[in-house]
Design a protein around this ligand. Structure first.
Ligand code: SF4
Ligand code: SF4
Length: 377
């Protein structure tokens, strides 16, 4: 079976006492897990209402305290059902994803991942051993079918580009994607909707170079992110756990961003209200971190699966290359904005490597939560 574990290499992992960031995101349960929870008398901790907004006949997710905040089973930032916890809790910070192959991803929002050593790779191997190979093969067979059907539709519509070509072009555009001006050029190129066919990658890079950064890039970043954060259900809001393990969430209210601290009982306490967020330019240290993040996105199958999903959702109207590069540019624009927001929250106005890394801590969880043509299992 084709399994890519390269994202886990040369990283160690240790769950940090007092963090519990991943316990602020509602775990969902398989039918077997649901039966196990019922058998052990834990059904009162389950809910029909999923954080994504859907409601089921049978409870299949774990409750959050007070509707948002932490998991029902978290007490004093420790799991009270550790040996019985859900598969997604056991797997975190690793995600298992199936598309044209199996890939293991490391969630960079987890502060327990550090560089060096190989314990995260061993952790990932352990997760795979725990799953029946026949189950993995079955999931993969279904996602490969979905990819073949997508490729056939994209070819019929003359918008198909191979994953190798998409990734080659994105790699060549990294010097654009690590800074706002370059991101604007990639967005302008993608928005012009060129028909690219088999155009050489160096010609695509030249077209990006010749594109003009939109004058309203900052408005685009502000409006796009305020729209994403304009959410009714508090359980849908993003989570940011800082280096002191303080739990926070934030939402848009009209033109402002309200930052709130989350208390253990799920109640939120207003902290600051931000109007007119200043977007600082990344310095060279931040650009290096952003550049590494683009490289990472460009190797992630869930990101490729998101571009496939989007292309299909847009009825194969746009060349897959422009969908993929436009998605990368939008993602990096959002990461820039999010890093500046986190800077404002933690009182740091220079966008340096340290703040860029905090931005990724606040952003990667949401990035891995995007739609995909593949399946997380
Ligand atoms: S986010 Fe990482 S360090 Fe924090 S509780 Fe979860 S696994 Fe542990
Ligand atoms: S079941 Fe335990 S590990 Fe999973 S989210 Fe709840 S408290 Fe955290």
């Amino acid at each position: 079976m084709d399994i890519d574990k390269s994202e886990l290499k040369n990283k160690s992992f240790e769950c940090l006492d007092g963090c519990a960031m991943c316990c602020l995101c509602q775990p969902e349960l398989s039918m077997e897990e649901l039966a196990r929870f019922k058998k052990y008398g834990l059904a009162a901790g389950l809910t029909h209402e999923h954080i994504q907004g859907h409601v089921t006949d049978e409870p299949t997710a774990i409750k959050l305290q007070g509707g948002n905040g932490a998991c029902h089973f978290l007490l004093d930032r420790r799991c009270t059902i550790h040996d019985l916890r859900a598969a997604s809790c056991r797997q975190f910070p690793v995600h298992l994803h199936a598309l044209h192959r199996i890939q293991l991803n490391a969630n960079r929002s987890c502060r327990g991942i550090t560089k060096g050593g190989d314990s995260l790779a061993e952790f990932g191997d352990g997760l795979l051993v725990d799953i029946d190979p026949a189950v993995i093969s079955g999931i993969l067979a279904e996602t490969i079918d979905a990819v073949h059907s997508f490729e056939s539709n994209a070819r019929d519509s003359n918008v198909y580009q191979s994953p190798e070509r998409l990734r080659e072009a994105a790699d060549a555009l990294i010097p654009f994607l690590d800074n706002p001006k370059g991101i604007g050029k990639v967005l302008a190129f993608a928005d012009s909707g060129p028909e690219l066919g088999g155009m050489p990658v160096e010609d695509i890079v030249q077209m990006v170079q010749d594109s003009d950064t939109p004058d309203d890039l900052i408005d685009m970043a502000n409006e796009g992110n305020l729209e994403q954060l304009d959410l009714d259900n508090p359980a849908w809001l993003p989570i940011y756990v800082d280096g002191n393990f303080r739990w926070r969430t934030y939402r848009a209210v009209s033109d402002s961003i309200e930052v709130m601290e989350i208390r253990p009982d799920g109640k939120t306490v207003p902290e600051i209200s931000i109007t007119g967020l200043e977007l600082a330019q990344p310095n060279n240290g931040a650009r290096k971190i952003f550049s590494d993040y683009v490289k990472l996105l460009n190797t992630r199958d869930p990101f490729l699966g998101y571009a496939y999903w989007l292309c299909d959702d847009q009825d194969y109207e746009y060349d897959l290359m422009t969908v993929y590069l436009g998605l990368l540019a939008t993602t990096m624009l959002d990461l820039w904005w999010r890093s500046c927001l986190i800077g404002r929250i933690i009182g740091k106005d220079v966008l340096d490597a340290e703040l860029a890394l905090e931005g990724i801590k606040a952003f990667d969880m949401d990035c891995l939560d995007m739609p995909t043509m593949g399946v997380f299992f």
